[in-house]
Design a protein around this ligand. Structure first.
Ligand SMILES: [Zn+2]
Length: 300
C-alpha cells in the first residue's frame, strides 16, 4: 500500500521534520548527503594517516609492549615501531571498511526511491525527512569511523572507532523507542547525549565498549519485543520480518561469531593471512542495511 501525503497528514504522529529538510536539493538530497559526508570523513582520514596521528597508542597494544602478534589489536600483524607514524598499520582491517561506501549508497538510493514513490510505510523513515538522511551518515560512519583505528592503532583512533559503533547501536535503541512511543523530543536529546556520554566513558577507559554495546543491544531487544506484543499496529508484516529483519539478526549473529573467533589468539586468527575481522566489518554493515529496510517497511 502506498502512503500518500494526505494519509500521512491524517496520521496523528507529530514530527519536527514534516518538511523537506534540504531546500533546493530535494531531488538528490540523499545522494548529496552521502557524497558530502563520505568526502568529509575520508578527507579527515587521509589527513590523519598523512600526518601520522597524535597521542598515545590504543590500549589494545598494552597486551604486549613490543606490539607483535600477542597484542589485542584484532589479529592483523603490524610493525609496532610504526605506531604514530604516517601510513596504514593494518591494511586489511582498514581498507575493508570502505564497504561502507557501498552500504551507504544502497541506503541512499532506496531512501531516495522511497521518497519519490512515497512507498515507505514508516512516517519517520520516509525520504525527505530527518531520519533516513541521518541514517545514511550513520551507515557510512559505521565503516569509515573504524578506519581511523585500524590505520593508526592510536587511542584517538580507537575512540573514533567506538564513536562509530555508538552512533549506530544507540540509534537502533533510540529509534526503536521512538517507534514505540513517538517521543521525538526524547530521541533528539537521548540519542546525541548517550553517544557523547558513552564515547567519553570509553575514552576515559572507565567502561569497556563491549559491555556497553551488549547492554544497548539487550535493551533494544526488549523494546522490539514490546512493539511486537504490545503495539501490534506498529509491528511489521510477516513478509518484512522474513525478508529484512531475520536476515539482519542473522548477519549480526555471524558478525559477532566471526568477531570473537578472529580476535588475537582466536582459532580464526592468522596474523599474516586473511583477516576474519574483515568479515565482521562487512557483516555489521549488512546488518545496518537490512535494518533500514525493516524500519522503512514497518508502520511506524
Ligand atoms: Zn574493526
Amino acid at each position: 500500500m502506498q502512503v500518500t501525503d494526505r494519509m500521512y497528514d491524517r496520521n496523528p504522529q507529530r514530527s519536527y521534520f514534516n518538511r523537506k529538510t534540504l531546500k533546493g536539493l530535494e531531488r538528490h538530497q540523499e545522494v548529496a548527503i552521502l557524497v558530502f559526508f563520505s568526502s568529509v570523513v575520508l578527507t579527515l582520514f587521509l589527513l590523519f594517516i598523512g600526518v601520522g596521528g597524535f597521542g598515545p597508542p590504543d590500549p589494545c597494544l598494552k597486551g604486549d609492549p613490543s606490539g607483535d602478534p600477542s597484542n589485542l589489536c584484532f589479529c592483523e600483524d603490524f610493525k609496532a615501531a610504526k605506531v604514530g607514524k604516517p601510513g596504514v598499520l593494518q591494511p586489511q582491517n582498514t581498507l575493508s571498511n570502505l564497504y561502507a561506501l557501498l552500504t551507504g549508497t544502497i541506503v541512499a538510493y532506496f531512501a531516495q526511491r522511497s521518497r519519490q514513490r512515497k512507498s515507505a510505510k514508516s512516517p519517520y523513515m520516509r525520504g525527505g525527512r530527518f531520519y533516513p538522511l541521518l541514517y545514511i551518515c550513520i551507515v557510512v560512519f559505521l565503516g569509515l569511523g573504524s578506519m581511523f583505528f585500524h590505520a593508526t592503532l592510536l587511542k584517538w583512533g580507537g575512540v573514533l572507532d567506538n564513536l562509530s559503533m555508538y552512533t549506530f547501536a544507540n540509534f537502533v535503541f533510540c529509534y526503536t523507542l521512538l517507534r514505540l512511543t513517538d517521543w521525538e523530543t526524547v530521541f533528539l536529546i537521548a540519542y546525541p547525549t548517550s553517544v557523547v556520554a558513552f564515547t567519553a566513558l570509553n575514552a576515559l577507559e572507565l567502561v569497556s565498549s563491549f559491555v556497553v554495546i551488549l547492554v544497548v543491544v539487550v535493551a533494544y531487544l526488549v523494546l522490539e519485543a514490546l512493539i511486537f506484543f504490545w503495539k501490534k499496529e506498529r509491528r511489521a508484516s510477516d513478509r518484512t520480518f522474513v525478508v529484512f529483519y531475520f536476515p539482519a539478526l542473522l548477519s549480526l549473529a555471524i558478525a559477532v561469531l566471526v568477531w570473537v573467533m578472529s580476535q588475537t589468539g582466536g582459532c580464526w586468527c592468522n596474523p599474516d593471512g586473511f583477516q576474519g575481522h574483515v568479515v565482521w566489518h562487512v557483516m555489521a554493515g549488512v546488518t545496518a542495511t537490512f535494518l533500514y529496510f525493516y524500519w522503512r517497511d514497518s508502520p511506524s
